[in-house]
Design a protein around this ligand. Structure first.
Ligand SMILES: NC(=O)C1=CN([C@@H]2O[C@H](COP(=O)(O)OP(=O)(O)OC[C@H]3O[C@@H](n4cnc5c(N)ncnc54)[C@H](O)[C@@H]3O)[C@@H](O)[C@H]2O)C=CC1
Ligand SMILES: O=C(O)CCC(=O)C(=O)O
Length: 527
């Protein structure tokens, strides 16, 4: 196997380069590479490691024909077009914890900077003014600290603030009462937080719901003299409205690390005496940068070399130990899906996938994605294991997943049941000890067949003479039969045949099979 190739296109700690090399990945370190050059060379790489400067757009991804994984050394992936990457089957990973402490510390540092006007006092002192009477700060002890978004970073800020003897209140719809209690935080509604907080710090991602969460209207509901810190994302606060509130004296100070437009060369907040600004330095410590660089290099290498998936935004996690166990079942799930997809003529309403026995202990989410990809691929273009669940959801196809203990003869079984407007059809498969996937049931009828590149699937009435007539139709057309698997539910009942043939089967031959008395369906399947 040739070594996978990774490009580092942002200023990552060089520790990442070493990790890639030590793991056997070819790496090119090109921090700050020009956008046009990146477009020209991205087609040579299997992996891309970035921070926030590289903009991974749909246009860039069109050129990224080999790319399998994008790793963000940091948290926010707002510089990556995740839906476009997903549509191309590219895994997008981040490193959700590596810079959290550092960013939380920056929020606390900015809170102190505001409380004691440190940047302005520094500038004045170094200018030789010694303005001892100009700077009158406020104590943090006993003040109410309002945290909007109490996830990884917000929680660390909360713990630090509790240590500073502040009264901490948090607005986060997903914060459980137990977690709030453990953190020593009072969980409140946004209105309550706005009305009570002396300091407000924001720690949510930028989403439709959080955009301008501190709007002009909400800023007007804050306590007079409030101080606001934003170390999360530009756009959470309406910068124009905040400037007006600073000018009127309603807001006493604002410390911002992130801005609506970055790099922020100009901004409505700039120039106000009570504003402290840093250039998106939240994650900028030696420790955090080493953490995220090492993590992203390990995660990308693990994926490219061993199929392990960690911290992916668009796919379930799979460990390096799980990957080899999962691989034959991924193939089985995809082929079962493909079998059903090739027989589906439209009106697909739902797919139910049941995992029985040892396979039920594996990461079945990944298997379900594979099955849905197999199912949709014959119907839609450009579906892959990463994009399939989202595409199915967009089309209103319900996906159900069930796991249960083994009940029958097999150690592991996957049953895929498709419901369309007109019928319900199940296909059952397993993986034999040789690692090969097998079909062991169709529509409740037991069979035993391998998936072959070219197959004919026939469903018919169990009547004498079918096999002879079938062989004659194929023989007359010069088509060689390689293997023949039959099954029936009862003598004279419903039967199925799975026939491996050499080469493509012309429609006229399938029509000839269909014309055999008792044949209900005859389809070519390819795998
Ligand atoms: N300035 C910098 O350099 C850095 C900025 N960040 C940013 O900090 C932010 C927070 O990061 P983490 O704490 O790691 O994320 P996280 O995902 O752990 O926490 C985010 C929290 O926001 C909450 N939330 C979501 N929607 C909300 C809403 N409508 N109202 C209130 N709360 C809501 C979530 O429930 C979650 O608890 C992210 O935007 C990240 O990109 C992260 C690292 C460095
Ligand atoms: O990489 C950086 O400096 C930015 C970090 C950040 O904003 C994040 O991790 O979300």
């Amino acid at each position: 196997m040739t070594a996978p190739k990774v490009l580092i296109s942002d200023k990552l700690s060089e520790a990442a380069v070493q990790i890639f090399r030590d793991s056997g990945v070819d790496v090119d370190f090109r921090p700050g590479i020009d956008k046009d050059e990146l477009e020209q060379i991205i087609g040579n790489y299997d992996g891309l490691a970035i921070r926030s400067a590289t903009k991974v757009t749909a246009k860039l991804l069109e050129k990224a024909t080999r790319l399998k994984v994008i790793g963000r050394a940091g948290i926010g992936v707002d510089n990556v077009d995740v839906p476009a990457a997903t549509a191309r089957g590219i895994i997008v990973m981040n490193t959700p914890f590596g810079n959290s402490i550092t960013t939380a510390e920056h929020a606390i540092a900015l809170t102190f900077a505001l409380a004691r006007e440190i940047p302005a006092a520094d500038a004045s002192t170094q200018a030789g003014k010694w303005e001892k009477n100009r700077f009158m700060g406020v104590e943090l002890t006993g003040k109410t600290f309002g945290i909007i978004g109490c996830g990884n970073i917000g929680s660390i800020v909360a713990e630090r603030a509790v240590g500073l003897r502040m009264k901490v209140i948090a607005y986060d719809p997903f914060l459980s009462p137990e977690r709030a209690r453990d953190l020593g935080v009072e969980k409140v509604e946004l209105e309550d937080l706005l009305a009570r907080a002396d300091f407000i710090t924001l720690h949510t991602p930028l989403t439709e719901k959080t955009k301008n969460i501190l709007s002009a209207e909400n800023l007007a509901k804050t306590k007079k003299g409030v101080r606001i810190v934003n170390c999360a994302r530009g756009g959470l606060v309406d910068e124009v409205a905040l400037r007006a509130a600073l000018d009127s004296g309603h807001v006493a100070g604002a410390a911002f690390d992130v801005f609506t437009v970055e790099p922020a060369k100009e901004n409505p907040l700039f120039g106000h005496p009570n504003v402290v600004a840093t250039p998106h330095l939240g994650a900028a410590t030696t420790e955090a940068q080493e953490n995220v660089a090492l993590q992203v290099a390990e995660q990308i290498s693990d994926y490219l070399l061993r199929g392990a998936i960690t911290n992916a935004i668009n796919f379930p996690s799979i460990t390096a130990e799980e990957a080899p166990k999962l691989r034959p079942f991924v193939e089985l799930a995809e082929k079962l899906g493909s079998f059903a997809g090739q027989l589906t003529e439209g009106g697909l309403k739902s797919v139910r996938i049941t995992y029985e026995g040892s396979v039920a202990q594996l990461k079945v989410k990944a298997l379900t994605s594979a099955a849905v990809a197999g199912l949709l691929r014959p119907i839609l273009q450009d579906v892959n294991v990463v994009s399939a669940p989202a595409i199915a959801r967009e089309r209103g196809i319900v996906i159900e997943e069930t796991t249960r203990e083994a009940e029958g003869d097999y150690d592991a079984l996957i049953t895929l049941t498709v419901t369309t407007d007109d019928y319900e059809r199940s296909i059952v498969g397993t993986v034999f000890a040789d690692g090969k996937p097998r079909i062991v049931g169709i529509k409740g009828i037991k069979v035993d067949a391998e998936f072959a590149p070219s197959m004919i699937y026939v469903s018919n009435e169990d009547k004498p003479g079918f096999i002879g007539r079938f062989a004659t139709v194929l023989g007359d057309a010069g088509i060689n039969i390689a293997t023949f698997a039959l099954g029936r539910d009862a003598e004279g009942g419903s039967a199925v045949a799975l026939v491996q043939v050499d080469g493509k089967v012309p429609q006229a031959v399938l029509d000839g099979v269909h014309a055999i008395p008792g044949v209900k369906h005859a389809h070519q399947l390819t795998f």
